[in-house]
Design a protein around this ligand. Structure first.
Ligand SMILES: [Zn+2]
Length: 299
């Protein structure tokens, strides 16, 4: 056997052993992947199904996602129907029983949070559009909810890997401390916007606006998941003029055509900001994401 081949075999053996002890965590969205990476450090291999540039409402289940799910020890989801269109086809396709709902390898981090926009039964008709029946699932954009998620993730990792339980809990604790510290700064930076009304494209900014004292006067979507119609845009323009709204906020994956039209008629400013980590080089982790949103809104 040549030296080179011996070396390759040795290298493969070493990488296989160093990898063997690690938990394989798959998250549905990139914000959850970032929080999990912070909590797990180098004790887990973490990957996300959705990249930061993909709208998690409208993902197509692909063979690649099924392959990711197949080897997962832990599957973490936002829940509240955010991933309803594609999550179960991916889990079913993976034939990985560990990560099925109800098993320890399946974690829904929405259980501890204070949920907003829970519709009453009479609202749950088809006519409402793509309504999330369990409430608004865009809760991770509020840093206080990211703290709950970190805690839940640490506890579940501790359950699956008890020998490293202290590390997971300590890492989550450090993350929570960092959020608490940064929250003071974010609130200070957002102070000039407090009490102001804004327009958003989708109802994905609700938890963020509640946290920092902004009001969403109207969305560009007439109903969740339905693109802006000319009639609805007229209503938006009237609202912006009546309430003297200065800001229209939306995610990068929506066209700015409707927002630009409203801006043209009213002089409001269109701001594009990501809601998920990894969608912008400046938002490569959860704290950087909130930093970037605050910066875009206040500059
Ligand atoms: Zn939504």
């Amino acid at each position: 056997m040549s030296k080179k081949i011996k070396f390759i075999i040795l290298a493969l053996a070493v990488s296989a052993t160093s990898f063997a002890g690690k938990l394989n965590v798959v998250t549905t969205t990139s914000d959850l992947a970032s929080i999990t990476e912070i909590v797990a450090g180098d004790l887990a291999k973490v990957s996300s199904i959705c990249s930061g540039n993909q709208d998690p409402h409208h993902l197509q289940a692909r063979p690649r996602y099924v392959m990711m799910a197949r080897n997962a020890d832990l599957w973490i989801r936002t829940g509240m129907d955010l991933e309803i269109g594609w999550e179960m086809p991916v889990i079913d396709g993976s034939r990985n029983r560990k990560i099925r709902p109800g098993n320890p390898g399946h974690l829904d981090v929405s259980t501890q949070i204070h949920k907003l926009d829970i519709p009453d039964a009479s609202m749950l008709s088809r006519a409402m559009g793509d309504v999330h029946s369990q409430g608004n699932p865009h809760y991770l954009i509020d840093p206080e909810n990211a703290k709950h998620a970190a805690q839940d993730i640490a506890e579940r990792l501790a359950q699956l890997d008890p020998k490293n339980a202290d590390t997971y809990r300590n890492n989550a604790g450090a993350f929570i401390d960092r959020i608490d510290k940064r929250m003071e700064e974010w609130k200070e930076q957002m102070e000039p916007l407090k009490g102001k009304s804004i327009v958003t494209y989708h109802r994905s900014w609700l938890y963020f606006c509640e946290r920092f004292g902004l009001t969403i006067a109207i969305e560009l979507e007439p109903k969740p998941g339905i693109p802006p119609s000319p009639t609805h845009l007229t209503r938006v323009i009237e609202t912006v003029q009546a309430d003297e709204i200065k800001l229209i906020l939306q995610e990068p994956w929506y066209s700015t055509k409707a927002a630009d039209r409203v801006a043209e008629k009213t002089g409001a400013r269109v701001v594009t900001a990501p809601t998920y980590t990894g969608s912008d080089p400046d938002a490569d982790n959860y704290i950087a994401l909130i930093d970037l949103i605050v910066k875009r809104l206040t500059e």
